[in-house]
Write a protein that binds this ligand. Sequence first.
Ligand SMILES: *Cc1c(COP(=O)(O)O)cnc(C)c1O
Length: 356
Amino acid sequence: MRELLRKNIANLTPYSCARNDFTGKAEVYLDANENWQDFVEKADANRYPDPLSVAVRKKVEEVLGLPFSKTVLGNGSDELIDNLLRCFCEPGKDSILLMPPTYGAYKVFADINDVGVSTVPLTPSFGIDFPALSEFLQREKENRGGEGRLKLLFICSPNNPSGNAFPLDEVRQVCELFDGITVVDEAYYDFSEKESAVKLLDSYPNLVVLRTLSKCWALASARVGIAVADEEMVSVFRSMKYPYNLGTPSQELALKALGNAAEVEKGLCLIKDERLRLEEKLKTLACVRTVFPSDANFFLVRVSDALSIYHYLAGMGIIVRNRSKELHCENCLRVTIGSRKENDRLLAALAAYKER
Ligand SMILES: *Cc1c(COP(=O)(O)O)cnc(C)c1O
């Protein structure tokens, strides 16, 4: 891991904020140039937040089983993805590997950081193309020696937009093949029956697993992402992140949601029930060609004419995502599983759609 880091990050002296210098309990805090007056009653809004999100990470360990010493929180997993790029990839030299179709943010953040993007596409049925992947990685290894190299490989599982999760054994195979940092984005993990890559952390110190409270935990507004990795790796993330990346309101919302795990579990069951029902009903519709199996809270659906149906639905006040331009996604819409009522509205609208 150390060898893969950018030199400036490996040699970094982290910003030392007041809340890092003194972590005990005191009565008078005159160390951070805060305003002693709190104009938002009882919100602690006048005080800087805990830079290490200790309370939330303890709760994350208790509720999600992710070890306290191996987690770092981000302002959404989006921040963690960006931080990975900034830790490991030398702008203008290094590159990352994506397996499209996949989450769009990886490429955008790579572009912003001037980091190259290579691709080994998934198969048309959205599986990992292992022959192509091992050939690509072999060739990359042989061609090393110049400036820069392949640093990160992103696996999104369950994958957005296709909805399928990869078996743990395939994730393990990727870790075996790749000698850089393998990042497994498990944003939709809660909806899946497949095993988490967290199980592989002890065997692969170059593995990073990303989780988020944005989806199953219904906290998209709070922006709470979780990176789980080897202690040495998370200590690097902690040293380079914005010190106060998670505000106190976000940390408090996270604590509340995680403290409400029983309700969230019930909500998850509702979504899984709807997933079954929606899949069956979608398959009976005239305009639907394929409903791809989903381990997530959305479906990728191949329809007769995605653009026309997208506009038709929008005209009826129903917004879905047209993914037709993504690789292997011709005429595909991505549909989030909503409430029963919302799903019924979608189904009724699609049933009434007339082909032109
Ligand atoms: C929604 C999503 C996320 C979540 O991002 P946050 O910044 O945590 O809200 C991450 N990865 C994928 C693949 C997603 O679809």
